[in-house]
Design a protein around this ligand. Structure first.
Ligand code: 5RP
Length: 220
């Protein structure tokens, strides 16, 4: 199976978690694009969605799937999104696609976070994938210094501006043995909008695409 076929398989499997007539949170990325395609095939049983990026919003609207403002929605039963890495506790690195802030906001509102990944995203310890951090532009140099002091090698994502008008710094060289602690520490740096560590609110379920089929993992 190709990587795209694995992504497609987990995207389709995620439909099992989509309740009838509900408002669904939709993430961002190539795996989620397959999920949106799968959702379009059952769109009559989806009341509406809340989207984590302009890109996903555009794709959903192209299919005629309604997209609501999160402020108009009190609860979301399920949020489906990909990840750049996921560890054995369900903690993730996200933000490779730059949508981490809206992703984290929607995940916080959602009852269940269903993470859809191919098996290459499973890691024993987070940190091989550069950790994305969304930063208010005027705080860039301050945040770069602080991230270096934490042992990382941060680099500005060149030419990239988020949907929220901020920049992204990608941090290499971190071995993240305590993701909750590091998430809290980076959140404390003034100018950091969001760190792409999803540990305090990790995944509830991971659907993992493997050569032998889709494996399901539940996290307490
Ligand atoms: C976007 C994300 C994505 O979920 C993450 O980058 C995985 O993307 P893909 O499914 O393309 O591998 O966090 O901000």
């Amino acid at each position: 199976m190709t990587q795209d076929e694995l992504k497609q398989a987990v995207a389709r499997a995620a439909l099992r978690y989509v309740p009838n007539d509900a408002i669904i949170g939709v993430g961002t990325g190539s795996t989620v694009n397959f999920f949106i395609d799968a959702l379009a095939a059952v769109k009559d049983r989806v009341r509406a969605t809340v989207s984590s990026s302009e890109r996903s919003t555009e794709r959903l609207k192209e299919y005629g799937i309604p997209v609501l403002d999160l402020n108009a929605v009190a609860s979301i039963p399920v949020y489906v999104d990909g990840a750049d890495e996921i560890d054995p506790s369900g903690a993730m690195i996200k933000g490779g696609g730059g949508a981490l802030t809206r992703e984290k906001i929607i995940a916080e509102v959602a009852g269940q976070f269903v993470c859809i990944v191919d098996a290459s995203k499973l890691v024993p310890v987070l940190g091989k994938f550069p950790l994305p951090v969304e930063v208010v532009p005027m705080a860039r140099e301050l945040v770069l210094r602080r991230l270096r002091a934490l042992g990382g090698q941060p680099k500005l994502r060149a030419g990239y501006v988020t949907d929220n008008g901020n920049v992204i710094v990608d941090v290499n060289g971190l071995s993240i043995t305590d993701p909750r602690q590091l998430e809290s520490t980076i959140n404390q740096i003034p100018g950091v909008v969001t760190v792409g560590l999803f540990a305090h609110r990790g995944a509830n379920i991971a659907l993992v695409g493997t050569a032998t089929g889709v494996e399901e993992r539940a996290f307490p």
